[in-house]
Design a binder for this molecule. Structure first.
Ligand SMILES: [Zn+2]
Ligand SMILES: [Zn+2]
Length: 261
């Protein structure tokens, strides 16, 4: 069954350019360097799922015409992946008559989202958001397959500094953002990939993310047919970095559509 992925945001936490207009090493004249916050849309088997709900989610859903979806998968509770939850009550108008919008997250991520947006999540505090149209939480456990309206999704455990984060595999596509290491067992879920969308936060080493030399070594180990790099910061100019990449690796950009069979 084919998997279609749209990159809604290829940027690192603060996007490119950052607020105020700093582009770093990135050439402002290349539209592929304009990057929104990290998020993708996955379509498979009739189901449509977004991964993460960051600060640019409103612009992303408008730009890519996304309205009804079958769920949101969260990778972890860093701000660049959850800040758009502010828009959830407004977004859930599209779901309230038929169903609630399922939100898939591990316990720590759910806890952080509920803590920040307490006014959307605690029916005792604000009854306005209770009943239909409320977030419908579904707990994710590492390496336990999810079925979201017919889309089978495998959550893959990753380490991201002192916290854990979740990668996701659908068919022969996998998305691995925000990690600096993963347990050996997790690599078993990344075999035989047609496409691996994997983070490379910057060209130079960072503590909680992948950087260029490191991720290229890991790509050699995982051996996907094709790899795209995402979660790109100001050091990752599209043309300059593209020249340093092997043949099967490319930078992603906002609006990139990836299809696997
Ligand atoms: Zn991030
Ligand atoms: Zn993060």
């Amino acid at each position: 069954m084919s998997v279609k992925v749209t990159v809604l945001g290829s940027g690192s936490a603060y996007g490119v350019p950052v607020i105020g207009g700093d582009w770093g090493n990135c050439d402002p004249k290349n539209p592929k360097n304009r990057r929104m916050s990290p998020s993708i849309l996955i379509e498979n088997n009739g189901a449509k799922v977004m991964v993460d709900f960051g600060p640019d989610v409103k612009e992303q859903t408008l730009k890519f015409g996304i309205r009804e979806i079958d769920g949101v998968l969260f990778t972890h509770p860093h701000a660049d992946h959850i800040t758009g939850c502010f828009h959830l009550p407004m977004y859930m108008r599209y779901f309230s008559k038929t169903k609630n919008l399922p939100l898939f997250a591990d316990r720590a991520t759910r806890k952080d989202i509920e803590r920040v947006w307490w006014f959307q999540n605690d029916p005792k505090i604000n009854v306005e958001y209770s009943g239909e149209g409320r977030p419908y939480w579904r707990e994710i456990l590492p390496h336990e397959m999810l079925n979201i309206c017919g889309m089978e999704v495998m959550p893959i455990l990753q380490h991201h500094g002192k916290m854990d984060s979740m990668g996701y595999r659908v068919g022969n596509f996998a998305y691995s953002t925000d990690w600096n290491s993963m347990p050996e067992e997790s690599y078993e879920y990344l075999h035989d990939l047609d496409v691996w969308l994997v983070e490379c936060d910057s060209e130079t080493p960072t503590t909680m993310h992948q950087h260029l030399d490191q991720v290229l070594e890991i790509i050699e180990r995982v051996k996907p047919k094709k790899a795209y790099l995402c979660h790109l910061d100001l050091t990752m100019d599209y043309d300059t970095i593209s020249k340093k990449l092997p043949e099967n690796v490319e930078l992603s950009y906002d609006g990139l559509v990836i299809e696997t069979t």
